[in-house]
Design a protein around this ligand. Sequence first.
Ligand code: GDP
Length: 175
Amino acid sequence: MNEHLFKILVIGDGEVGKSSFLHRYVNGQFNKTYKMTMGVDYSLKLLYWSDKEKVRLHLWDIAGQERFISMNRIYYKGALGCVVMFDVTNPTSFRSCRHWKQDLDNKAMLPNGDSIPCILLANKCDLAQRAVTTDSIKRFSEANGFVTWMEISVKENMNVGEAMRRLVQEIMSVE
Ligand code: GDP
């Protein structure tokens, strides 16, 4: 069996749901009081991608360093995929996605010089007080070089696995 190891980053403003997303994806749980530590959190997930391929995901969460908006290059080093997340009830977190994507593209690239495959995730779609429209997400995603975008709810477990499958698929196709 072929084995791949992919480093994937999750970035975005604080409180948008990054830690909850990884916790849900890796452990299958949503925990309202899930507390993160300061620094970088890592999680591992093993995927049996096909009969012939196994994928080990090394997931990096910036955990509490969001206020810097600009991350240390070390964090980006060797990354093969990225999730940029915002909260649909928080327009500021949506606007920040431009900076997060630029920071990524300025500091990291694939070994072949291409930019790192990156998906845009609109979290907390379960909430009624939505402030960012689907249309503006779509336009923003296309204008800023995201591979794709998806509306998700970590709380309702909506599109969490699907989003990660889409990203892994993209990484496999450029590898
Ligand atoms: P982070 O700072 O980006 O890592 O965000 P957290 O994962 O700590 O989540 C911030 C807050 O948003 C927590 O209170 C979570 O319970 C809540 N949260 C995360 N995802 C969702 C979601 O899909 N829906 C709702 N309603 N709340 C969420």
